[in-house]
Write a protein that binds this ligand. Structure first.
Ligand SMILES: Cc1cc2nc3c(=O)[nH]c(=O)nc-3n(C[C@H](O)[C@H](O)[C@H](O)COP(=O)(O)OP(=O)(O)OC[C@H]3O[C@@H](n4cnc5c(N)ncnc54)[C@H](O)[C@@H]3O)c2cc1C
Length: 338
């Protein structure tokens, strides 16, 4: 089976959800990447009825390997998702390939509608839909995304150690990334043309650390035999790099939360869904985890946020159940049954 067979980014109108039409769940999880599956595993193992609706396009699907994930360093991101799905299914969770197009509050919970037209309801919602990376519009860049062109020093810096590293700044704040990468290599070039002018003091500090600045625009990403080898500059010269760290613009895929009117907050990445430390949004009963809550969350952090939300959410269920029993006991006592 090829990677494309396993993870399709195509619309899911042919997905098989209609057989679930009208079903009521304890929890519907929208998005089945690292965060959503982590929440699903814990809630399924807690014996809750859990449905994961997933469009199967995890953010890191372009990368052949992921790093910094304990016990899975160098593992395929798609294999992680496939393993996670198997574990959720083994715990009696249900996973369907589907693109959710509408969410709304209804009596007793929430109704979720898929692109294929199926409607399900749930007592609680977890939104784990993640982030879309809007790449700089440069010829050849998208083809290298996740391989020669990457974003995260913690994910791919180690593999670039001692090599020729380029940093394609998207903002002045991205200078920090260049300084981080200095720990990995002494051959670093910062391409500045996509940003506002770099303050003079920042230029001098970069140069002081042996980091070159290149102000010409990058017109093209050069690959040979599938490997990144350089970037073409406006004057036609090619600057040789083995790895290019870019700064794509993250866009939250949190449409389900927007439809419910969940509050947002300003972050360094732009306006993002506001959550508390457990992943609760401003809408009672609706949670956000992984990149939906934090675009900077790497895989272990996304998994942790899914698990954190799952524990807190299940705690709410248990508290409700205890409250119902307590009410029954109190009512009996008042009635003099005992
Ligand atoms: C190129 C690249 C390389 C990376 N490398 C690493 C690395 O080495 N190590 C690391 O720790 N992190 C890495 N990351 C970060 C990693 O991708 C994220 O930490 C991780 O994907 C976050 O998991 P998530 O579950 O929040 O979102 P995702 O993994 O993006 O999962 C979200 C899921 O929700 C689905 N979805 C979206 N909208 C809907 C909808 N409306 N209805 C139904 N389903 C929907 C998507 O299709 C997807 O399957 C990398 C990121 C990129 C871009």
């Amino acid at each position: 089976m090829t990677r494309d067979d396993r993870i399709s980014t195509a619309p899911t109108s042919a997905s098989v959800v209609p057989h679930l039409d009208g079903e009521h769940w304890d929890v519907v999880i929208i998005g089945g990447g690292a965060a959503g599956l982590s929440a699903a595993l814990i809630l399924s193992r807690a014996r809750r009825r859990v449905l994961v609706l997933d469009a199967q396009a995890p953010r890191n699907r372009f990368a052949p390997h992921m790093h910094g994930v304990l016990s899975r360093d160098g593992y395929s991101p798609l294999d992680l998702v496939a393993d996670g799905r198997r574990e959720v299914l083994a715990a009696d969770g249900v996973i369907e390939t589907a693109h959710v197009t509408e969410t709304r509050a209804v009596s007793g919970g929430f109704e979720v509608t898929t692109e294929a037209g199926a409607r399900v309801t749930a007592r609680r919602l977890i939104v784990a839909t993640g982030t879309l990376d809007v790449l700089p519009d440069i010829d050849g860049l998208a083809e290298q995304w996740g391989r020669g062109v990457v974003a995260c020093p913690y994910c791919d810096g180690y593999e670039a150690a001692g090599r020729r590293i380029g940093v394609l700044l998207g903002s002045v704040a991205g200078i920090h990334k260049a300084h981080m990468l200095r720990s990995y290599s002494s051959d670093i070039t910062v391409f500045t043309a996509l940003t506002d002018p770099i303050p003079d003091v920042d230029r001098r500090v970069l140069e002081q650390r042996g980091i070159r600045l290149e102000d010409q625009s990058v017109t093209n990403i050069v690959s040979e035999a599938g490997l990144l080898t350089g970037v073409t500059l406006a004057d036609g010269t090619v600057a040789r790099v083995d790895a290019l760290f870019a700064e794509p613009r993250p866009v939250s895929l949190d449409v389900p939360l927007q439809q419910l009117g969940a509050a947002r907050t300003d972050t360094p990445f732009g306006s993002w869904s506001a959550v508390d430390e457990f992943g609760r949004t401003s809408i009672q009963g609706v949670w956000a985890v992984g990149n939906t809550a934090n675009p900077a969350a790497l895989v272990p952090i996304a998994m942790g946020s899914g698990a954190t939300a799952a524990l807190a959410l299940n705690g709410e269920f248990v508290a409700e159940e205890v409250a119902v029993a307590t009410h029954a006991v109190n009512t009996e006592q008042e009635a003099g049954v005992r």
